[in-house]
Design a protein around this ligand. Sequence first.
Ligand code: 4NP
Length: 160
Amino acid sequence: MKQRILFVCLGNICRSPAAEEIFRVAVARRGMQATITTDSAGTYGGHAGERSDARMRRAAAARGYELTHLARRIREEDFERFDRIIVMDEYNYEDVHRLAPSRELANKIFRMREFFPEGTRYTYVPDPYYEGHEGFELVLDLLEGSCERLLEDLISTKEQ
Ligand code: 4NP
């Protein structure tokens, strides 16, 4: 069975496109790209159509990830099209929850922090937009750790 994963942040130019690409690379590394697909979106549409933030593209490229996503806003139909919708922080959670067409479909919403490795000091993926370079590095660190655990979770859920 195919599993479709949507990552969501505010602008869809920093955190979620990076999550999408890091996750895609992790999936490809295990040769699972035919069964697990991924996309990203933002709760705010102000950057729709834009490439990812140049600071995030640069920081990601230094780790071997090429961000090619064009920003888009999350839509109601995404709740039907995707199996899991994974948000970066509590603001995203509330905004996405508000958009959910039904309580049942709202069960598809997860927080990225659920997949943080044990001992992580953070409880969400902090918005790097107004931060310096370290903010982007922190986001990439958190995403690399959690994408791996998310993938393991998907694999074990599928096996049950
Ligand atoms: P993102 O970061 O949600 O990780 O894509 C942001 C991008 C844009 C804005 C805020 C956060 N903004 O205010 O335009």
